[in-house]
Structures are given as structure tokens and as C-alpha cells.
Design a protein. Sequence first.
Length: 430
Amino acid sequence: MPAVRNAEAKRVTSIARAINWSYIWRRLMSYVWLDLLLMVIAAAILVYGYNQTLPDGAFTAGWIPSAAVHSMSLKPARDWDLTTLTYTVELATTKTFPLAQDLVALWPLYLVVVGWQVISVLNMLGGARHVRRTMAPLNDLALRVDELGRMQLSGGKMETLEQAIERASVDSPSVTTGDADLASIEVALNRLLRQMQEAKLQQMRFVNDASHELRTPIAVIQGYVNMLDRWGKDDPDVLAESIASLKAESEHMQELVEQLLFLARGDAGRTVLRRAHTNLAALVGEVCEESQMIDAAHTYRLAFDAAFANDPRCDAPVDVALVKQALRVIVQNAAKYSNAGTTVTFAITPDTGTGAIDISVEDEGIGMNQESAAHAFERFYRADNARDAGAQGSGLGLAIAKWIVDSHGGAIGVTSVEGVGSRFTIRLPR
């Protein structure tokens, strides 16, 4: 193993040197371009100074030639000898300036710049050691992974691990071998078994709750069918009451089944978000208007500036249909648990640099205590006072709203006071 470590150390040193030399080469090239740029800037400044020495009116703003200037040229006095480079301006008389000589006269400036660049490059020559230190943790990790890959478990250890796995189950998620070499494998297996146990318990709770919720409307329907069979044939009142109740319960069952299917598709990852950049203030306004049209018993009010509907701070990439569905769930709950004549208020807070937009829906209904508010978004959960109010519901609406908001990477919460009302807040990222 020491030989492996030595070989790896040499390889890392070679890589560090290659990285460092590549960095030095790129830095040298950047210095070359910087020096050329400085030469061009120095020449431009000198030309500007020459123009200032010419008669007034020859150049406007030191650069733009007037009609008095017949020609300008920038060329060496002898062929391609750049040391004789001159700047010539032809007016009534010809003026020639020794540009190359003046550039050479700026040698102290060049000396300072080149000196700084040389010192910078010299400092980088020891960069390989810094790169090697930076790569050391990654190198150690690679060596440890290699050690694990080379490690061979003996037949006895494999047998011990196999027996421990056979003893474990989802109901008793614990794998214990007592072998220190297998400790990390035990941790991974126990974590997996705990996740499997939690998934099993969640599935059982869901099935039990769904069965309970479906049993109620089925029992009601069966009761009314029996009543129709006995008395409904000859009694018009019983017939009308039974038909109305059967219709209501079948609609309730259909809604429950649709909600269950929605959550099942979401949990299975089959619900795909169709995002589009949407102004959420305009979307909230549409939900408010639709709610007022459907429910005349309550007053629906927008508590934000109408100009927000054109404010880009309220724009976000969302699935419009799903966000509307989440808002309608909250609005329906607000109307269901509020007395007629009360107000449901919509508010929105544009993005103020947080990268998120807040939407709130506030009612003046029966509210909830703190314990119930903490469980409001759990599936099939209904607060005691909501059950006492006699309003029909499955306890899945807010769970669906939470799934929609979570799938957008947002958050949903509720603030409620029993007997005063509730405020639901949705935060959606931009």
C-alpha cells in the first residue's frame, strides 16, 4: 500500500505542475495583450497632445480634423523601421512629430509595468505546491475509495452479513453483525430499511383513510337505495329526497376519487408541470372574479394595487392550471367555513429581492386552533370544529394544494385563530 501511495503522490505532483504551468502560460499571454493595449493607449494620448499643439481650430475636441487639415499619416520614416515611426499632419504647413521617440521616452512607465508582471510570474512559480495542497483532500478520498475497492470480504464475513439481512424485516428494520469491518454497510442497510418501513406505514395510512372516506358515501347510498326499495315506489317525497341525496353523495364520491387519483399520480411522478411565465397578480385577480361569480353569498376582494397585474416583479414560471387549482381549494375552504356575508381577501407581495412572490387568502370564518393548524395539510385531516360545522369535505383539498406548491419549489403555510379566521400564504419562487 505504501508503494501505491507513493505512485499516487508522484502522479498528483505531475498534475499539479501541469495545472500550474497552464495557468502561468495563460497569465503571460494576458500580460502580452495588456502591454499591447497600454502601448496603443500611450500612442493615442501622445497623438492627442500633438493635436493640442497645432493652431486653434485644426482639431475639434483634440481628435476631429477640421477643413484646415489636408491629411494625416502615421508611418515610419524609413521603410518598416518602427523606431522611426512619426505622426504627420498637413495643414498650410506640414507638422511632423516623433511618435516613436516619445514612446521610448516613457520607459519608466514600462519598467514599472513589466516589473510588476515579472514579480507576479515569479510568485506563480511556486503555485504547484499550492495546487497540490488543494488537491490533497480529493486525493485522500480517491485512495480510500481504492482501498475499499481492493478490500476482499472473507467468506465468514459474507455469511455473517447474509444472516443479519435475513433476520431483518420492514417491520424490524435492524441489521446487526457486530463486525467493525461491516459497520458502514450496516448503517446503509438500516437507513434503507427505515425508509422502506416509513413508506409502508404511509401506504397503510393512506389506504385505511381512503377506505374510511369511501365507506361513508357508500353506506349513505346503500341506505337510500334500501329506503327507495321499501317506500320510494309509492311515496313521491321519499323518492325526491332519495334522488337528491344519492346525487349529492355520488358527486362527493366522484370528487373524492378524483382527488385520490390526483395525489396518486403526483406521488408516482406522472404529473408533469407545464410551466409558463405568468403574472401571478393577474392570475389571482381571475380567481377572485371567478369566485365572486360562483358564490354570491360572500364578498371577494383584492387587497393589492391593480397595477401589479402589469408589474414584472409578479411574474413567475408556473403551471397556471395547477396554481389556480391550489388557490381554488383554499377559496372553497374559506367559503365553506365562513358565514354568508363575510369577506374573503386576496393579497400579493411582489418580489422585493428575495426571489419569491407571496400570495395570501384570508377569511373571516371559524378558524383553527394551533394544533389543528399544524396538521392542516395532512391527507384526510379535518379539524374538530370543521367536523362540528357539518360541512362536507374529504380532508384532501389542502393536501393537494400543498403538493402543487411543493412541486413548484414553493412553500405554503397557515396562520389561524379559532373564531376569528384563517390566512393561507403561498410562496412561489421566480
